[in-house]
Design a protein around this ligand. Structure first.
Ligand code: ZN
Length: 437
């Protein structure tokens, strides 16, 4: 760089303060609203407003945001019923605790007392023990309330000295959760886990679907649903994906691996997935499973092509339209997946409380039993935290405990006395003869 260039660059960056005229213009642009915001006729203020409204409505359309909004309304109503009446703007950490206690009565988990026989058993019993939310649900409820206050511009932290900030982030609310967790630890409340769904059970109901497909009298749309489901459930079981995430797979996100050995999905929208961190799923042909997910995926795509059921552009797995006479542009949602899974399992008499999460847990457990590392399992299934892995693979943990416990039960006193003898011998290290003197 020449000296002249350096000087001219310096000149440009020397004074970042805008001229008074410029400042007035920019202040005007940021402080007023609506179409009067810009004096410059080249700025399309209506277009900008429409764009901002479009982005706001996109955010509000997400499932979590919908939950949050309905919750926000209920929360506001609740505070107005208190004496003295409160609102989201002036409620305190103690009001948050009152609200959580109020919600606690809507729980489904029975907290048995220490001396009661039903302790640690799932389900409801006719004892007088209270029914409450699990500690995990209380935790997520407090998280939702915290988000509402944050959106209400009460910040993310609580200042106890000044008594301002986000009341749901106050230590007193955290201690409430600690107490609930402690109480449930005493009462041996076990966290609910999805019943795992393994490939053997999946094969049984896949055969059932195949049998239904062999009926020549069913309509193209009924056939579509059956084919879609057999592919969808087998893909879930092999990839460990969330049903909602796989349902949002678009036709341009599925590609052949060079040499056509398999396919690769790149999901960019999901519960924990977005464009910054897409989830990549790889799928190979399987010689060992009765329903090779890739072969049946190809069958599904060929069927749609032959019947002129257009999937591209748009979602790969679709719901039918309202009259059930054609494909809609809507994806196969997780609630629909849940209903279909229950239907199939019940029709073959194998339903044991499974949900779409059961395929996720079955996939993780299978990988754990095959000896894969925790990191690989987490990346295959798409979990970010160790806590999730532990939650779903507790069966493998028990199996490992079984091995060590069985080794202990086979251990006789003569074995342990040999260990003691060896330890005794090795203990006298200082009295051992030196190799080099
Ligand atoms: Zn009880």
């Amino acid at each position: 760089m020449t000296n002249q260039q350096t000087t001219s660059k310096k000149k440009k960056t020397k004074d970042p303060t805008p001229s008074p005229a410029k400042k007035a213009k920019s202040d005007e642009a940021s402080s007023t609203c609506g179409s009067k915001r810009f004096k410059d006729g080249n700025v399309n203020s209506e277009g900008i407003d429409a764009r901002l409204a479009e982005l706001d409505s996109l955010l509000q359309s997400t499932k979590y945001s919908k939950q949050k909004t309905s919750f926000k309304i209920r929360n506001g109503n609740f505070f107005s019923c208190l004496t003295p009446s409160k609102s989201i703007a002036d409620s305190t950490p103690n009001d948050v605790r009152i609200f959580v206690v109020h919600k606690d009565t809507k729980g489904k988990t029975q907290i048995h007392r220490a001396t009661y026989v039903f302790r640690g058993q799932p389900g409801r019993f006719k004892c007088d023990c209270p029914v409450r939310l699990t500690a995990g649900s209380v935790d997520s409820l407090i998280g939702q309330i915290r988000a509402i206050y944050r959106d209400f511009r009460r910040g993310t932290d609580w200042n106890d000295m000044l008594g301002i900030g986000n009341p749901a982030a106050a230590p007193v609310v955290k201690r409430y959760l600690e107490a609930v967790r402690l109480e449930q630890s005493f009462s041996s409340v076990l966290p609910k886990r999805a019943t795992p769904l393994f490939l053997d059970k999946l094969s049984v109901f896949s055969r059932h679907i195949t049998h239904k497909l062999s009926n020549t009298h069913i309509s193209v749309c009924d056939k579509y649903i059956l084919l879609r489901d057999i592919v969808f459930f087998n893909l879930l079981a092999h990839t460990g994906d969330r049903a909602g995430d796989l349902g949002s797979l678009m036709s341009d996100q599925i590609r052949w691996i060079p040499g056509n050995q398999g396919v690769i999905f790149s999901l960019t929208k999901g519960k924990t997935v977005d464009i910054r961190d897409p989830r990549v799923v790889v799928l190979y042909y399987s010689a060992h499973s009765e329903f090779c997910p890739l072969k049946i995926l190809k069958q599904y795509l060929t069927f749609c092509d032959e019947q002129i059921l257009t999937l591209a552009p748009g979602f790969v797995f679709r719901a039918l339209n309202f009259s059930k006479s054609a494909l809609s542009n809507n994806p196969y949602t997780s609630s629909a997946v849940n209903a279909r899974l229950k239907l199939y399992l019940k029709s073959v008499g194998l339903f044991e409380g499974e949900s779409p999460h059961s395929t996720r847990s079955g996939c993780a457990l299978t990988l754990a039993w095959l000896g894969f590392s925790n990191d690989l399992i987490k990346s295959h299934v798409g979990w970010k935290s160790d806590a999730m892995l532990k939650h779903y693979t507790v069966g493998k943990d028990l199996h490992n405990r079984h091995d060590s416990a069985q080794a202990m039960s086979n251990c006789s006193a003569s074995v342990t006395s040999r260990i003691a003898l060896d330890l005794g011998r090795l203990k006298n290290y200082t009295s051992f003869e030196r190799v080099l003197k």
